[in-house]
Design a protein around this ligand. Structure first.
Ligand SMILES: [Zn+2]
Length: 291
């Protein structure tokens, strides 16, 4: 397990999967062999599998422990969720809950669950299948969801002309939490408490959030899917597929990277490979990761 410090807070990475998934050109059309030459020295082995010729993506949650409070950020894909079009994340059966316990939290100890956005790979563990029904995994937690995302995916989910939103994860992992009265639908910017600020960073989804932490002057930024891979730090205009708004996603990426660079925040992305956490530096009109 990987544990990081932000002031007096600890942040543990709770891994679900860490796999070589996408051929780079499939994701980033601007990718050429010249990029592999230029970046190969840091890409392999943590961010690119040269044998498979595929980019590696981690799927993980962050467990933030601060003043006795236990906050879970993003809920991965979850177990027993049918995702036939995503074979690498289909019907998972991982020991994610054991890893969460090893990091210091049983489900009934989680005070708060915060989702950067409502895509299926960030809401999975919100619920578990019990007695044939999807029920909240964390019985005592409040869940913080983006209201814009909730409205967007609810409308999509209700449209009989389209399949269930987010491969069914809206019905399985979001609605049961709302129906159990455990969700707080938030519109950013919103100050959650003295340590955490919720800021909008739309584009990957309409209501995508980043979470800004300031713990006694130690800063961190949980960036969700503002960028998926460190290549997008070098090339902020490279979009990852599946954005609700391509231009908005690019603008949010530049703005968040800019803020990470100028504030010196420790950056916690949603899918970046080992060492999973690091800093952003400005470099001309672009950026460099220092991970
Ligand atoms: Zn994601």
């Amino acid at each position: 397990m990987t544990v990081f410090k932000v002031g007096k807070a600890t942040v543990s990475r709770i891994e679900e999967t860490y796999l070589a998934i996408y051929p780079p050109a499939e994701i980033f059309p601007a990718w050429t062999d010249a990029h592999l030459k230029e970046h190969g020295h840091w890409l392999a082995p943590h961010h690119y599998d040269p044998d498979a010729g595929k980019l590696k993506l981690s799927v993980h949650s962050w467990l933030l422990q601060l003043d006795g409070r236990k906050i879970l950020i993003d809920g991965c894909c979850g177990n027993q969720k049918s995702r036939p079009t995503r074979p690498f994340w289909n019907m998972l059966d991982t020991p994610w809950l054991d890893r969460l316990a090893a990091a210091g939290a049983r489900p009934d100890e989680i005070d708060l669950v915060m989702c950067t956005h409502l895509h299926h790979d960030h809401v999975g563990w919100n619920t578990q299948l019990r007695d044939g029904r999807w029920q909240p995994t964390f019985p005592k937690a409040r869940y913080v969801f983006s209201k814009l995302d909730f409205d967007y995916f609810q409308q999509m989910d209700r449209d009989p002309a389209t399949p269930p939103a987010e491969f069914g994860s809206f019905r399985e992992c979001v609605l049961p939490v709302v129906e159990a009265g455990r969700a707080d639908l938030i519109e950013g910017p919103h100050r959650l408490n003295e340590f955490i600020e919720i800021l909008p960073a739309p584009g990957h989804s309409p209501g995508h959030f980043v979470f800004k932490l300031d713990v006694g002057g130690s800063r961190a930024m949980v960036t969700g899917d503002v960028f998926h891979h460190l290549l997008q730090v070098f090339y902020p205009d490279w979009n990852f597929p599946k954005n609700s708004n391509v231009d908005e996603a690019k603008a949010s990426r530049r703005r968040v990277l800019e803020e990470c660079a100028s504030s010196g925040a420790l950056v916690f992305p949603g899918h970046v490979g080992a060492p999973f956490v690091g800093y952003i530096e400005k470099s001309g009109s672009s950026f460099r990761p220092r991970f």
